[in-house]
Design a protein around this ligand. Structure first.
Ligand code: NAP
Length: 325
């Protein structure tokens, strides 16, 4: 039996529940503590997952000696501050995406992790989804020839209530940071950091983007065309087109269960590769392994990947005039 990794969750919102459900399935792993700004909320969350240490502040959790890994599940403007708190207490950190609001925040977080010699990773769970691993294997084996383009969209017609956090600027609202990060990550994963970024967006009266189109040009001449929106339901597919064929990441492309190869526009083969639980299972397994090996950085979602990703977000934001205070 491997040594147990003891997790604490900070922020008891929507994603924290999905993560906790998967954490229950991972072997040699325990959810030992949860923290919320409200003690009642923490207790209610804790009751659902059999957690005994339920705290009414994030500070209380980082002082719990039984916790060795922290999952930051708050809304994005608080990721930096809470990550710093955990790192200062020498807790390994898995921080939800986007890791910070801009590259200055992410740089500071990385620097602190290095100073404290503590593990830090952004919660880009896509990278650990088995079907995404299959896609990478197919690209490496030259199934597609030279990759010429990446196309990905992520859109849903959600609740249009402007008081929702998705439209609230002070809570980091907007489609780009919430869902646009996934098409951008797919492009980064497959084609690397772009040479040029173009973008256009439709902004809300609350000052955030409700729809954003992005075109990226890469060093080898490849192009990415990416889209995110809260204004309509889209296919949520990822396509990688090469000189010899294409790969489709089936919907939802950021956690697909299926990958297909196309030649000449016709489907050649489909691989069914289901993920476990809600999909976070694989990410948790990976972080546990890193912690057990004493790594300070994941070899799969490296700190430099997070820096590149936030730089891409910053470039898009500059083009569309999206400014957070
Ligand atoms: N990986 C994924 O698939 C995925 C999916 C959805 C979201 N996310 C990311 O996960 C994070 C949380 O998303 P969510 O959908 O779970 O959000 P949410 O339910 O709206 O909020 C998450 C938590 O943020 C905390 N929070 C701290 N300070 C806050 C403040 N001043 N106002 C409001 N909330 C505050 C609250 O925790 P307490 O009240 O308990 O303290 C709240 O429960 C976001 O950064 C998002 O980008 C990731």
């Amino acid at each position: 039996m491997a040594k147990s990794v003891n997790w604490g969750i900070l922020g008891c919102g929507k994603i924290a529940h999905k993560f906790a459900q998967d954490l229950m399935k991972v072997p040699d792993t325990q959810l030992v503590a949860v923290a919320s700004r409200s003690k009642e909320k923490a207790k209610d969350f804790g009751r659902q997952y059999g957690v005994s240490n339920c705290y009414g502040s994030y500070e209380a959790l980082v002082n719990d000696p039984t916790v060795n890994a922290c999952y930051i599940a708050t809304v994005h403007p608080f990721h930096k501050e809470i990550t710093m708190l955990c790192l200062n207490h020498r807790k390994a950190v898995l921080c939800e995406k986007p890791m910070g609001m801009d590259q200055e925040e992410v740089k500071a977080m990385i620097q602190r992790a290095k100073e404290k010699d503590v593990f830090l990773m952004e919660g880009i769970w896509t990278r650990f989804i088995p079907a995404v691993g299959k896609m990478l294997g197919l690209i490496q084996s030259e199934t597609l020839g030279d990759v010429r383009s990446v196309h990905a969209d992520f859109g849903f017609l959600g609740d249009q209530d402007r008081s929702n956090r998705l439209f609230n600027k002070s809570l980091g609202g907007g489609a780009l940071l919430d869902i646009g990060i996934y098409p951008l990550y797919l492009s980064l994963l497959v084609l690397g950091y772009p040479e040029d970024v173009e973008a256009a967006a439709q902004m809300t009266e609350t000052g955030v983007d409700e729809s954003c189109g992005m075109i990226l040009r890469h060093r080898n001449g490849a192009v990415s065309s990416l889209h995110c929106t809260f204004m309509t339901d889209t296919q949520i597919e990822g396509w990688i087109h090469g000189s010899k064929g294409s790969i489709k990441l089936h919907s939802r492309f950021h956690h697909p269960n299926k990958v297909s190869i196309y030649r000449g526009g016709e489907i050649e083969q489909t691989y069914n590769i289901p993920y476990i639980g809600n999909g976070y299972y694989h990410e948790i397994l990976h972080v546990n392994e890193c912690i057990r090996l004493g790594l300070k950085e994941s070899p799969k979602v490296m700190l430099n990947d997070s820096l590149n990703l936030v730089k891409m977000l910053d470039e898009v934001r500059e083009k569309i005039g999206l400014v957070y205070e």
